[in-house]
Design a protein around this ligand. Structure first.
Ligand code: MG
Ligand code: ZN
Length: 221
């Protein structure tokens, strides 16, 4: 039972810092998303496509979270946007405090949209609020269509679902209809996008959603 108590305390402390982050984002009129998925679903490729597509439309900054290496931040840096890498050194999720500390190293002047790419993991990132406005879960077709049923918390807490790698559908035993039904059975209000970062298909509707949300959030200016 003591384990449960400790876990609750950790989460309470995290929620407190997440609230501080949310206030900081609101003061700067920044719409923030927390991008989550299992490893290899294509989060960084999606970030790259998003930066490419929204160039000149939305000013974006990126926080990269990884267990080891700054390889993803290096990929993002090629798009000449503010980016900072958090290396968790083994921890399997980002916490609000890590994001708060990372923000100090990020130039947020004129930024409308902050993308936080979480550590690849469909379990605990569901429980750690980073102060974001929306969690966005990426599920790739290579993972099959039962992920929402096996990791319901992540899909329940997300605002949007991106079904990625749709170009591979002809080669896989994954039903996109079943995947959508499973996701909607967990969370009926999920916005769903179907994308391929290889062909670029479906990237524009996703980017339009992001753009609309960013403008709404920053509408005061
Ligand atoms: Mg990545
Ligand atoms: Zn974790």
């Amino acid at each position: 039972m003591s384990v449960i108590t400790i876990e609750r305390k950790v989460l309470e402390k995290n929620d407190e810092v997440a609230r501080q982050n949310r206030t900081a984002f609101a003061q700067r009129n920044i719409f923030t998303i927390n991008l989550v998925s299992s490893p290899g679903a294509g989060k960084t490729s999606l970030v790259e496509k998003t930066l490419e597509t929204l160039k000149g439309r939305v000013n974006i900054a990126v926080v990269e979270g990884d267990v080891q290496t700054d390889l993803d931040a290096q990929r993002v840096a090629k798009y000449s946007v503010p980016v900072v890498q958090i290396v968790t050194n083994g921890a399997c999720h980002l916490e609000a405090k890590l994001v708060q500390d990372a923000l100090v190293n990020l130039n947020l002047t004129n930024i409308n949209l902050l993308i936080i790419e979480n550590v690849g993991n469909l379990v605990c990132p569901a429980n750690y609020d980073l102060g974001e406005h929306a969690k966005v879960v990426v599920a790739s077709t290579t993972e099959g269509d039962d992920k929402p049923l096996k990791y319901p918390a992540m899909f329940r807490n997300a605002s949007a679902l991106i079904i990625n790698k749709t170009d591979l559908l002809p080669y896989l035993p994954c039903s996109i209809d079943a995947l959508k039904l499973n996701a909607l059975s967990i969370n009926p209000s999920l916005e769903i996008f179907e994308t391929s970062c290889t062909t670029g298909k479906g990237i524009e509707p996703w980017c339009r959603w992001l753009e609309k949300r960013s403008v709404k959030e920053t509408g005061a200016r």
